[in-house]
Design a protein around this ligand. Structure first.
Ligand SMILES: [Fe+2]
Ligand SMILES: [Fe+2]
Length: 190
């Protein structure tokens, strides 16, 4: 079983809205199984998942202000879609609270967009977050991603990025450049 969470995570987790805490609990369960399946450090995965949405309840203005205050300069896409800042902001705030594990910090930082060179802990955090059954309406292809994730994290990530990007394109939405870079990296390494 995962160990106790550091206070900088548990105190902020307890303060989140109940629906968000429930999402975090569901994805911690999913992450535990994926970590086991792929022989990864379950405690690092669990800490990443416990911390990944600590800034998710902030509104757009707060996300921008707190990001600037901690030294993150929002890009044009992030200014338009401030929700994309909730991972980078949570990671920066945890780092300033004394959390030092780079695998955990990266998993929090990149859980929304993905990122080139993301390690296995961050890959599991990214996938577990998407595999919350309550996101099936947003990602109707979750069963396929879940099946792929049992065999290969990279195959599941690549397929998720293909399908979600196609969806963004068909809806005329902005796409974060790191998601494209990450997808290209996965494709080049295939
Ligand atoms: Fe998130
Ligand atoms: Fe999440």
């Amino acid at each position: 079983m995962p160990g106790r969470l550091p206070l900088c995570v548990s105190s902020r987790l307890d303060a989140l809205p109940a629906s968000l805490r429930d999402h975090v609990e569901r994805v911690r369960d999913i992450g535990r199984l994926l970590a086991q399946r792929h022989g990864l450090d379950a405690e690092l995965v669990d800490l990443g998942l416990a911390a990944h949405d600590l800034a998710r309840a902030l509104d757009g203005g707060e996300l921008i202000e707190r990001s600037k205050a901690i030294g993150i300069a929002p890009s044009a896409i992030e200014r338009r879609l401030p929700v994309l800042l909730h991972g980078p902001l949570a990671a920066a705030e945890l780092e300033s609270d004394g959390l030092t594990d780079t695998q955990v910090l990266d998993s929090v930082r990149w859980h929304t967009t993905g990122h080139r060179g993301m390690g296995d802990v961050a890959k599991v955090v990214f996938l577990a977050d998407k595999l919350d059954p309550q996101k099936a309406h947003r990602y109707p292809y979750l069963d396929e991603i879940d099946e792929l994730a049992q065999e290969s994290l990279d195959a599941a990530l690549l397929r998720f990025l293909e399908l979600s990007t196609a969806d963004h394109l068909s809806q005329g939405r902005l796409i974060h450049p790191e998601s494209i870079e990450f997808r290209n990296q996965l494709l080049l390494e295939k």
